[in-house]
Design a protein around this ligand. Structure first.
Ligand SMILES: C[S@@+](CC[C@H](N)C(=O)[O-])C[C@H]1O[C@@H](n2cnc3c(N)ncnc32)[C@H](O)[C@@H]1O
Length: 290
């Protein structure tokens, strides 16, 4: 699919506030946004929004966001060549260490250390190589929760590449239900579970939120991890409460720093109590218990 990059030049200060404002504006669509330093001495930065949809509509919303910050910038367009960018970017990915986990591609198998829990991810078309602050944050919190609480029945909602489901299965040796709204991600998740020798423990299912008969069979869970986004997570709070066992833990991410209080409030309203918030690269991972 052809992608378009819409971009403009800004100072560092402007680019920081624009990044946050654009991320909020395009949160629901999940459009990738990037800031890169062009020339540090002259304070030139470039802000880009990537879309494979209606670029006129995206440009109009970028202008609205610029207006709301009283900024006016000419917006340029670049049509990106038709390349499998996920596959291309994976080739150059460095492995990630989060807690005891070592998440790597096939090319870094030899870098595994003994004592580490290695997870091999060839994510391809699904999110979750471990590089994003939200995934790494979940891995770190999950390690602590599993060590302390010894869960026996886990759910990874919004599994993407299945990186988190694989992590829980490898660490706790328990069954994990791994669900995603996107059937392509579910196929990738199943392939990754097989690649990591936990296919017998990780069951993959396509489901939006909790809409699937499997939840009636598999709930209540004593551990739920969901790395989605703040708004869907807030909407899901009552159903999370309905599917978690008393004393169980939930680990939530995909939440920006400034959205943390609203998400915690939504879950406190469902009789969860806040245990810990981990901050990583502008994102938070929240651990709550019921
Ligand atoms: C940010 S990725 C997280 C992937 C992986 N769990 C990780 O932590 O790296 C979010 C995933 O959630 C899925 N998703 C978004 N909304 C969902 C929903 N309502 N129900 C199920 N999956 C959803 C997306 O398709 C995507 O694969």
């Amino acid at each position: 699919m052809t992608q378009t990059r819409l971009h403009f030049i800004a100072s560092k200060t402007e680019s920081i506030s624009m990044f946050a404002a654009l991320e909020a504006a395009f949160e629901d669509e999940g459009l990738p946004i990037a800031v890169r330093e062009v020339d540090e001495d002259r304070d030139i930065h470039e802000v880009s929004v990537y879309t494979d949809g209606d670029e006129d509509a995206v440009e109009a919303r970028m202008k609205d966001v610029l207006d709301s910050l009283a900024l006016s910038k000419p917006i340029g367009r670049e049509t990106l060549p038709d390349i499998d960018w996920v596959a291309r970017s994976l080739e150059g990915l460095k492995p990630v260490r989060a807690g005891r986990f070592f998440v790597h591609g096939a090319h870094d198998r030899r870098k595994r250390h003994s004592g580490e829990l290695a997870i091999e991810i060839e994510a391809g078309l699904a999110f979750g190589t471990g590089h994003h602050g939200t995934t790494a944050g979940c891995l770190e919190v999950l390690e602590q929760v599993v060590r302390r609480e010894h869960p026996r029945n886990a759910l990874d909602l919004g599994t993407g590449s299945a990186v988190l489901a694989i992590a829980v299965a490898k660490l706790a040796h328990i069954r994990v239900l791994a669900t995603d709204i996107d059937p392509i991600a579910v196929k990738v998740a199943a392939d990754n579970a097989r690649l990591n020798h936990v296919k017998a423990l990780v069951e993959t299912v396509t489901a939006p939120g909790f809409h699937h008969p499997i939840f009636a069979r598999r709930a209540p869970f004593d551990l739920i991890v969901a790395n989605i986004l703040a708004r869907p997570l807030m909407r899901l709070a009552p159903q999370m409460a309905a599917h978690i066992a008393w004393g169980g833990s939930i680990v939530l991410s995909g939440i920006l720093d400034r959205q943390r209080d609203a998400v915690v409030a939504a879950y406190v309203g469902q009789q969860f109590r806040h245990v810990r918030t981990l901050h990583r690269e502008g994102w938070v991972t929240i651990h709550l218990k019921r």
